[in-house]
Design a protein around this ligand. Structure first.
Ligand SMILES: Cc1ncc(C[n+]2csc(CCOP(=O)(O)OP(=O)(O)O)c2C)c(N)n1
Ligand SMILES: [Mg+2]
Length: 323
């Protein structure tokens, strides 16, 4: 299928929106405006955007502790995201969730998740729901390389395999789990090899090539919609920032991080768009400006929003066992 200029520019816009949202989040965190933990996705944007561009609005995604990119790629509003990061009442979770719990069920965003591997059974359960109801929706679960050593990954992919569930397992292989290098905790060369243990296809793709991620996702989603079951898609990438804001990063040399930045998925698409005649420099600059404007407006919205009221501290926190 021919990829259109419209799709390419929208993918560029979304990746830039994630990058700029996080660049400002980094500054705001340092300035003490954003409480809690923040894990930045910079450098990995090609995965969230490539995958989510191949989905429909009513398809579901489950996310991770590094979830800003997934949320924006699936259509999340940066205004409500920023307000949530500030802990304000207008945020996605009314200021009670913060960076690691942002969700929007109307957009099929089941939520970020602070538990490594936690969203894998959640998305698998969503896929079971789709199959049970006979819809052709699919669920995607994003998780890191570290999460593939969790039991939740192995149990979920096995269940999805035997029941041919419409779920796509997207591994964001940035080669590290916090400071632990993947080579010290895994014998396989490629994480996609793990799929064969469950009888499902496993594919490795360059996660910094948004077009490759998009085209691969289109294929595996089509397969899942037809009832042919799950696929494990390993997207190889690297992160530009530390594991979390405040990470000393001593486990990677400066050269490794520089090398990683050279493989930036945004620069790569930007070059492609201009060299292949899809867009002019001016069109790219206009997108960049619109993204900055959108994020600055989100920050202003967050700044001006009220704090949650103390008397609301326990609402929306517990689910009644009688519902
Ligand atoms: C069940 C569980 N174990 C440990 C942690 C602490 N922890 C938070 S992030 C992380 C590393 C996750 O690595 P990976 O899955 O590769 O994702 P990445 O951070 O590289 O995106 C760990 C161990 C946690 N949050 N949950
Ligand atoms: Mg990792």
């Amino acid at each position: 299928m021919e990829i259109t200029k419209e799709t390419l520019l929208e993918m560029y816009r979304k990746m830039q929106l994630i990058r700029y949202f996080e660049a400002r989040t980094k500054e705001l965190f340092a300035a003490g405006k954003v409480p809690g933990f923040v894990h930045l996705y910079s450098g990995e944007e090609g995965i969230a955007v490539g995958v989510c561009s191949a989905l429909r609005q009513n398809d579901y995604i489950g996310s991770t502790h590094r979830g800003h990119g997934h949320c924006i790629a699936k259509g999340g509003d940066v205004k409500y995201m920023m307000a949530e990061l500030y802990g304000k009442e207008t945020g996605y979770c009314k200021g009670k969730g913060g960076s690691m719990h942002i969700a929007d069920f109307d957009l099929g965003i089941l939520g970020a998740c602070g538990i490594v591997g936690g969203s894998i059974p959640l998305s698998t359960g969503a896929a079971l729901h789709f199959k049970y109801n006979g819809t052709d929706q699919v669920a995607v679960t994003f998780f890191g390389d570290g999460a593939t050593n969790q039991g939740s990954f192995h149990e979920s992919i096995n269940l999805a395999a035997i029941w041919d569930l419409p779920v796509i397992f997207v591994c964001e292989n940035n080669k590290y789990a916090e400071s632990t290098s993947i080579s010290s905790v895994m014998k396989v060369e490629k994480i996609s090899e793990r799929a064969s243990g469950y009888g499902v296809p496993g594919i490795t793709v360059d996660g910094n090539d948004v077009i490759a991620v998009y085209e691969t996702t289109l294929e595996v989603v089509e397969r899942a919609r037809k009832g042919k079951g799950p696929t494990l898609v390993e997207c190889v990438t690297c992160r530009h920032q530390g594991h979390y804001e405040g990470d000393s990063g001593t486990y990677r040399t400066k050269e490794m991080v520089e090398e990683c930045k050279k493989r930036c998925p945004i620069k790569r698409l930007c070059t492609f768009l201009q060299e292949e005649g899809f867009s002019s420099k001016k069109e790219i600059e206009d997108i960049d400006k619109s993204v900055e404007k959108e994020v600055e407006a989100a920050i202003e919205f967050a700044e001006k929003s009220p704090w949650p009221k103390p008397e609301d501290a326990l609402t929306d926190v517990f689910v009644s066992p009688y519902y």
